[in-house]
Design a protein around this ligand. Structure first.
Ligand code: NG6
Ligand code: CA
Length: 523
């Protein structure tokens, strides 16, 4: 094993020998489980009951944890949605691909049809594949040139999904319609759809000018353009008619579509990418969840999220396939309270801490930005429930899935992921990854390695400048945080006392930044 000598510190580095010792080999899984990825939006490390939530209960997520593995050191790749999702689906770090920052609703497709995606992995393994809910990775060939009244191409079918029922971006971005297999669902020919992120449509009211029309939710910052369902959005749209979604029904719509898919496909292996709108803004859960938490709309949206989890579990059970279904529940980035609507998330949070004991939140370099809930449930494979503190990163999703379905023969298939991480995801290896990289909203990279966290100097405001009250963690000085009593202490920057270590980690980070497949070359 190669070691880096940092004076009193020695870091063992990844080498092919190390990898082999961890069990990188050409094994084939015979069981071919169904796989359901439940990918929450902005759900924080402390937002589920099993992670210590107060003021909202999440019995369904907790049931997964009680019968599976609950990870305490699992990371999204970025602290915002588009780059995180890009990395999860492709196994490529977001900084390698231009245009992976938070996407507009009329962005061109960011994952190109030539790229190998996790959906392609499942297709190769003979699975039926489907995506539901929030997409946020662009559609069509050219930004702003989609024909929302006809077929939008390329779309998800071109990157491995047999079926899709999605929102183009986020609920706070136009167009506010579902897209089913590349066409607007419930298309209303009497109300042709136009979308622009540049200019408003003549004669169409906008939140900025017509606050009296914001009868469902008012904005606190931004979100003052098109009004749909009494809620202001980012971007302008016209038309839509009966195809326009109602925010209070989004969870129902995507959940029932996913349940239908499970029922129609239970005789063969399937992969479901179930990306919820909850708990992203605008938070406007169905009235049956109103008041179910003590935290107002944000807490109620968490309850609604948990309901979706429960419905999926129930469908799997009803079809008799729960035993051999691998469910992974995680989130795209950390939490935020006020993210642009006056939904009282801040005022009503009470004793609840959305990030648990972590500092920062969505957008930031601190752990609250990227450390997320991560629960793995697979009854026929995981027989004993456990809490795992090994380092896990969503960058490995594609390779772990390829490994589990027997597609890769133990070889790395993505640019940056590692198939051997299957062992830690399924609980067999407590160690986890030797390192993880996290990207903040301004592209500051952090490297977690062997119990240290190095944050590169980049500069920027100390607080998110446009509204959310979140510490960014940006600094012009390097930051180094140490693990104290099993947890990174992000309140104590020890960079100045450890210049050799800082330099070593900086060099490692540069190597990772510049080298695809740095982590592993399986031989
Ligand atoms: C921000 C939005 C925020 C949210 C975020 C993306 C404003 C003022 N804020 O620009 O509300 O949409 O983008 O969130 O517009 S993410 O989870 O999809 O990355
Ligand atoms: Ca998000």
């Amino acid at each position: 094993m190669k070691t880096l000598d940092f004076g009193i510190y020695s870091l063992a580095l990844v080498s092919p020998f190390f990898v082999q010792a961890q069990g990188c080999g050409a094994e084939k899984e015979s069981s071919r489980p169904n796989v359901v990825l439940i990918y929450a939006d902005d759900l924080g490390f402390g937002d589920l009951g099993c992670y210590g939530a107060k003021g909202v209960s999440t019995p369904n997520a907790d049931r997964l944890a009680a019968n599976g593995l609950r990870f305490t050191n699992a990371h999204a790749v970025a602290s915002t949605s588009t780059p995180s999702r890009y990395s999860l689906l492709t196994g490529e770090y977001p900084w390698r691909k231009p245009g992976t920052d938070v996407a507009a609703g009329n962005a061109a497709m960011i994952v190109s049809p030539e790229q190998y995606t996790v959906a392609d992995v499942f297709k190769e393994a003979g699975y039926r594949t489907a995506a539901f809910g929030k997409w946020h990775l662009g559609l069509g060939a050219e930004t702003g040139k989609q024909d929302w009244n006809g077929e939008i191409s390329p779309a998800l079918a071109d990157i491995g999904f047999d079926y899709s029922y999605i929102m183009a971006a986020t609920a706070d971005r136009v167009p506010c319609v579902f897209i089913e297999n590349g066409n607007v669902a419930n298309y209303d020919p009497t109300a042709p759809i136009e979308v622009s992120y540049r200019q408003k449509f003549e004669g169409e009211p906008i939140g900025r000018d017509n606050p009296e029309l914001l009868y469902n939710l008012k904005h606190s910052h931004g979100h003052d353009m098109s009004i749909v369902n009494g809620i202001g959005r980012i971007g302008y749209m016209k038309g839509g008619g009966t195809a326009l979604w109602k925010d209070e029904n989004i969870a129902d719509s995507i959940t029932y579509k996913a349940v239908d898919f499970i029922k129609a496909n239970s005789e063969q292996p399937f992969f479901i990418y179930f990306a919820t709108n909850d708990v992203h803004v605008p938070r406007f859960p169905h009235e049956r969840f109103r008041g179910s938490s003590s935290m107002g709309l944000r807490g109620d949206a968490i309850a609604q999220f948990d309901w979706s989890v429960g419905e999926i579990l129930r469908a799997l059970e009803d079809e008799g396939v729960l035993e051999n279904t691998l469910i992974i529940l995680t989130s795209d980035n950390g939490p935020v309270l006020d993210d642009g609507y006056a939904d009282e998330a801040e005022e009503l949070v009470g004793e609840h801490s959305p990030t648990g004991y972590l500092r920062g939140g969505k957008y930031s370099t601190f752990e609250g930005g990227t450390r997320v809930p991560f629960i793995v449930h697979w009854p026929s494979m995981i027989k004993e429930s456990a809490v795992k503190d090994g380092l896990v990163s969503q960058i490995d999703f594609l390779d772990v899935m390829a490994s589990i379905t027997g597609v890769s023969g133990g070889q790395r298939l993505s640019p940056d992921g590692a198939p051997i991480e299957k062992n830690s995801w399924l609980g067999a290896d407590d160690g986890g990854r030797p390192f993880a990289v996290e990207m903040a909203a301004n592209h500051t990279l952090s490297l977690i390695m062997f119990g240290w966290k190095y944050v590169e100097p980049k500069g920027g405001p100390a607080m998110v400048p446009w509204g959310p009250k979140i510490e960014t963690g940006y600094s012009t000085d390097p930051q180094l945080y140490k693990t104290v009593d099993g947890e990174l202490d992000e309140n104590n920057n020890v960079a100045a006392e450890n210049p050799t270590l800082v330099n070593g980690l900086k060099e490692e980070l540069e190597r990772i930044r510049n080298t695809r497949g740095y982590y592993i070359e399986c031989r």
